[in-house]
Design a protein around this ligand. Structure first.
Ligand SMILES: Nc1ncnc2c1ncn2[C@@H]1O[C@H](COP(=O)(O)OP(=O)(O)O)[C@@H](O)[C@H]1O
Ligand SMILES: [Mg+2]
Length: 615
């Protein structure tokens, strides 16, 4: 329950809606309650008239008119409430969804390492829709329900305390039985949802990498895994639903017994003359009205349980620490902006860099790191890179080169030691500031669906058309873009699937070009390309590297041989640091690689590949 209240608190600006809906609900219930009283009065009037008394046809017609008015008022008011409910639900959904997305975007890389994308998405959809539905139902039904119950109890008490007592028994008994049902039903529902989430996660993953699935002809296998998860949900549902319906028989059986007593009292008391015919008609109607809330109550308990479960997993994600605090100590979490109709906010200008004169551009100072807390990937790594210097990193595949980049970007925090950028510890910098300083070209271009223009402009929102074109020219991308049917407006498909690897990578280079960060990281930027595409991309990269401090993880010795210095890694430690000429003579890893390259033997080629190097 506390979790639901916290959720409401997240959307507290919707209070006028809650109030409006509540008032509309009260008015609807009030007018609905009038009807039995009007019918009672009409019945008594008719009885009087059949006995020769009463006030004539006019009175009867006026009762009918009263019924008509009550009905019309109820109709209008309930529709106003319905409208408010719809708007409230969709706004609540917008707020909760946006809050969740903002939170996910701000979570540290480590959080995503342990989650399937589809699972994260599924959870958003289910938690939020169940919570929203519950609030809508609660506001539309709970208040009229309370009002009805109250009126029924008061009116019946005026006629017969026994009736009231009987009716009073129903509510707690029914709620208790429902709660019993829920207690066993809920854990099963959670287990089912887990299966749905896992299946959904795998589904999204397989579809996103459909080419891999197809190339391994793994369609049947993927489907089997998926089907297995759904089969488990079916298996769980058998027991779960059987139990629920058995309990429902018990609940409704108990209800029927109570109502048997209620009707017996009403009928016999009327026959004995204790109640008038009109009173009987009134009581029968009220009792029928009292029955509705009972079943509604179980529905309410049920959906509130779901909403509680949903809101818990929602809040769990919200309670994860955003990366700026969890990973780095600076308090610059993505600030949450509430969804409005306004256009996207203009990007904030990063705060000024706390200048440290004569500092190296990048400095790793006795850095140790492990992803899982046990297997150390980096041990006591130290090196410095001077401004404008070009440094290559060489080490075996899995040797921690990408990990260096991850740490530099502040995606993870080192276990020991410090990383400084231009003299400032990255832990002391707001992440936006740090990342504005560093441009990265990854092995996989990782573009977004949308146009070429949008993808290049991702590097600097608000860039003009000519800036975009200039970046594309320097990245060696302009020519092929100009040849596309729609030029810069050409849609490139999800993750750029409509472009070749080399084309995607040149767009990625243009994107980094536009970002124009002083420090550049190339993590195997061309290793996924064939040699022709590689030459085209390399030409763009040369432009990008000009006048920039660059960290290069390359897969060609020819690229490595042109850098200012090389850092070699062995067993997670820095092995050697020196110019290519120096390291060629020391007999270390780099010298060995050069020798291997000169050799024509197959075994030597394979050795090279262990270093992610292709001749
Ligand atoms: N997100 C991660 N979680 C756990 N282990 C990881 C993660 N990323 C990489 N590793 C492990 O860290 C080691 C270094 O990986 P990486 O830095 O990617 O190597 P390189 O880029 O030199 O090939 C590898 O053993 C790899 O399995
Ligand atoms: Mg790597």
């Amino acid at each position: 329950m506390a979790s639901l209240i916290r959720l409401l608190g997240l959307a507290r600006e919707l209070w006028p809606y809650y109030l409006g809906i509540a008032l509309a609900a009260l008015a609807t219930a009030g007018t609905a309650l009038l009807t039995p009283f009007i019918i009672k009065a009409a019945t008594d009037e008719i009885v009087a008239q059949t006995r020769g008394g009463g006030g004539g046809v006019g009175v009867l017609v006026s009762f009918a008119v009263a019924l008509l008015v009550a009905e019309l008022v109820a109709t209008v008011v309930s529709n106003v409430g319905g409208y408010l409910g719809d708007v409230m639900a969709v706004r609540l959904r917008a707020i909760l969804s946006s809050r969740y997305y903002a939170q996910l975007l701000s979570l540290p890389q480590r959080y995503f390492d342990g989650q399937l994308t589809g699972t994260v998405i599924n959870r958003l959809t289910r938690s939020i829709s169940e919570t929203t539905q519950f609030f809508q139902m609660f506001s539309n039904n709970f208040l009229p329900l309370l009002l009805t119950v109250f009126a029924v109890l008061v009116v019946t008490a005026a006629y017969s305390p026994w009736l009231t007592l009987l009716l009073l028994v129903i509510y707690p008994v029914f709620t208790w039985l429902t709660a019993l049902t829920s207690k066993r039903w809920q854990p099963l529902e959670r287990r089912k949802n887990e299966q749905f989430d896992i299946a959904g996660g795998r589904f999204a993953e397989a579809i996103a990498q459909i080419r891999v699935v197809k190339s391994f002809t793994a369609e049947a296998r993927e489907l089997a895994v998926f089907n297995d998860r759904y089969a488990r949900t079916v298996a769980i549902t058998h027991g779960q639903s059987r139990f629920w319906h058995l309990m429902d028989v018990a609940r409704r059986g108990a209800l029927a017994l109570v109502f048997f007593g209620v009707y017996a009292i009403i009928f016999t008391s009327t026959a004995s003359g204790a109640f008038t015919l009109g009173a009987m008609v009134l009581l029968v109607q009220l009792v029928a009205m009292a029955k509705q809330p009972v079943t509604m109550m179980s529905f309410l308990v049920d959906s509130s349980q779901r909403a509680i479960a949903g809101s818990r997993s929602y809040l769990e994600a919200l309670d994860e620490l955003p990366e700026s605090r969890a990973a780095l100590g600076a308090d610059a979490a993505l600030s949450f902006t509430r969804p409005t109709d306004a256009a996207a906010p203009t990007p904030a200008v990063p705060p000024p860099w706390p200048a440290v004169p004569d500092a190296p551009a990048v400095e790793f100072d006795h850095v140790s790191f492990s992803y899982d807390g046990s297997a150390e990937v980096l041990r006591d790594v130290s090196f410095t890179i001077a401004p404008g210097e070009r440094v290559a990193f060489v080490g075996e595949s899995g040797g921690g080169k990408t990990t260096l980049v991850n740490l530099l970007l502040g995606l993870y925090r080192p276990d020991a030691g410090a990383i400084r950028v231009r003299g400032v510890d990255v832990g002391d910098l707001p992440l936006e500031r740090l990342r504005a300083e560093i441009g990265v070209v990854f092995q996989d271009a990782a573009l977004f669906s949308g146009s070429v223009r949008e993808n290049i402009a991702y590097g600097r929102p608000g860039a003009t058309a000519s800036e975009i074109e200039q970046a594309a020219r320097r990245a060696n991308a302009h020519e092929f873009v100009a040849r596309l049917a729609d030029g810069y407006d050409a849609e490139i498909g999800e993750r750029g699937i409509k472009l070749s690897g080399g084309q995607k990578q040149r767009i990625a280079v243009a994107r980094a070009m536009l970002k124009d960060a002083p420090i550049l990281v190339l993590d195997e930027a061309t290793s996924a390309l064939d040699s022709k595409a590689e030459r085209l991309v390399q030409a763009g990269l040369e432009q990008l590297m000009a006048d920039r401090t660059t960290l290069i993880i390359a897969h060609r010795l020819s690229t490595i041989s042109t850098v200012d210095r090389i850092v070699t890694l062995r067993d997670g430690r820095v092995d050697e640091v020196g110019t290519p000429e120096e390291l060629a003579r020391t007999g270390g890893i780099y010298a060995e690689l050069l020798a291997l390259q000169a050799s024509a033997s197959k075994a030597d080629r394979r050795r090279l590949q262990a270093y992610d190097i292709t001749g």
